[in-house]
Design a protein. Structure first.
Length: 276
């Protein structure tokens, strides 16, 4: 990183950034594993699984007569979006809530219903999500029946035929444990890399002679190496000096010579006095 005084631009050495990321690769992998594990636990044990049941209907409209013309087919294809709006209208969903005895209101049920018109066809699929697989199938069939009758009354179509009855889902459609784990691991690595990059950009300390020439614009005359063994030896000598100031003699050393001589002299004087 290099910050100029003139235009306040910041230059980033991609080689240094890459080297930093490789040096901290273990940290990136650790953050990715932890975040992926958290996402796996969240999707597996915390979030409520949702099951999807889908039913399909085929809508046929005729302009008149017994034969099906090309214009009938084109008109029915263009009206599939209108049919999709009729399926999710308030009348249909509120009728389904009453028939199935649901606790949801119109907005809540609407969030769990997905209507899709298949391209270039007159087939409309109705998908319902629910935490209970059987409930999802019952609601989907009920929406199909109520919507079919409502479409015939509103648009005066010939018939609304059932293509597929609602299926009973075996596995939850969401959340996807694999996708959640992969996204969580990626976000963990990304956030860790972002933090390392911010720390790198905000670090303005001088670490080498090249940094001094780059940031301060001065030349380095000499370098004073620091010997680790010599530095450790100096610390040891300082500790020994501090220990000797207390006047405590190590137990391995013998008694002081002057004290022994004084004790011997006192004993000799006592013996001479007894002889006298």
């Amino acid at each position: 990183m290099h910050e100029t005084d003139r235009n306040d631009e910041i230059e980033i050495d991609l080689g240094e950034v890459l080297g930093l990321m490789l040096h901290r690769l273990w940290l990136l992998l650790l953050c990715g594993i932890l975040a992926g594990g958290a996402a796996f636990a969240l999707s597996s044990f915390v979030l409520t699984p949702q099951y999807e049941s889908t039913t399909k209907i085929y809508i046929l409209s005729k302009t008149g007569g017994d034969s099906l013309t090309y214009s009938d087919t084109q008109l029915a294809t263009q009206l599939t979006k209108d049919y999709g709006e009729l399926i999710t209208c308030r009348y249909v969903l509120e009728s389904v809530i009453q028939e199935c005895g649901l606790d949801d209101d119109y907005e809540e049920l609407l969030d769990r219903v997905d209507v899709e018109t298949i391209t270039d066809t007159r087939i409309i699929s109705i998908t319902v999500k629910d935490p209970v697989p059987v409930e999802a199938r019952i609601i989907a069939d009920c929406i199909r029946d109520v919507a079919s009758e409502h479409i015939q009354n509103v648009t005066d179509v010939e018939a609304v035929n059932v293509v597929d009855h609602a299926n009973l889902p075996d596995e939850p459609s969401e959340p996807s444990v694999l996708i959640w784990t992969a996204v969580g691991g990626f976000l963990g690595v990304f956030l860790c890399a972002a933090i390392l990059l911010v720390l790198y950009l905000t670090d303005d300390t001088i670490k080498s002679a090249e940094d001094a020439e780059r940031y301060l614009g001065i030349s380095t005359l000499a370098l004073i190496p620091v010997m680790e063994e010599e530095h450790a030896g100096r610390k040891g000598r300082r500790k020994n000096k501090k220990g000797g100031q207390g006047g405590v003699r190590p137990p391995s050393e013998g008694p002081e010579p002057d004290k022994e001589a004084a004790d011997d002299g006192s004993e000799m004087q006592i013996d001479d006095f007894n002889d006298r």
